[in-house]
Design a protein. Structure first.
Length: 173
């Protein structure tokens, strides 16, 4: 009887631990997916192109903010307007990535495995901060409360925005 009670307790503990781990993972699933995508991009394509990608995010932001024809983009329905703005930003980022990829010299660039993970996180955080503050994605997609607590406050935007550049300063050699 004691063995059955121990098995039941172990089973309950395992179930509780698994549910807690899944709850934490699901709260941060969007950032985990973005980090994984950026990390795989860096591992597959290389460190130089990854640095070019991070810098293309900055360059695209600068042109997006100054884009004189934003009023011509659709404003309704909500999803169409959101996709038009994200498409414009993605197009600008893609153009800058191609340009920067041509000029970023990767022969002497060294970023370790842990550095790639950190920079992937900073890149993902940068994109989520843009999603909240530039594109207002939260009106069309409901983020978890944990993600909202990290990215919704406007006083955090600067730090998430600066994080990839600061990370490159310290991690790229």
């Amino acid at each position: 009887m004691h063995a059955l009670n121990s098995v039941a307790q172990a089973s309950a503990l395992t179930t509780h631990t698994a549910l807690t781990a899944w709850s934490v993972a699901s709260n941060f699933l969007i950032i985990i997916v973005l980090v994984a995508l950026l990390f795989l991009f860096a591992r597959y394509v290389g460190r130089g192109p990854f640095v070019a990608l991070l810098f293309s995010f900055y360059a695209a932001y600068a042109l997006y903010i100054a884009f004189p024809y934003a009023s011509l983009l659709p404003s309704a329905p909500l999803m169409t307007a959101l996709l038009a703005h994200i498409g414009l930003y993605a197009g600008l980022a893609g153009a800058f990535y191609i340009t920067l990829r041509r000029v970023v010299v990767s022969d002497f660039l060294s970023i370790g495995f842990l550095g790639l993970i950190i920079l992937s996180f900073f890149g993902a955080a940068f994109l989520l901060a843009l999603a909240y503050h530039l594109f207002s994605v939260a009106t069309a997609y409901h983020f978890t409360s944990a993600i909202s607590a990290l990215f919704a406050p406007s006083q955090y935007f600067f730090w998430w925005f600066a994080a990839p550049a600061i990370g490159l300063f310290f991690l790229a050699r």
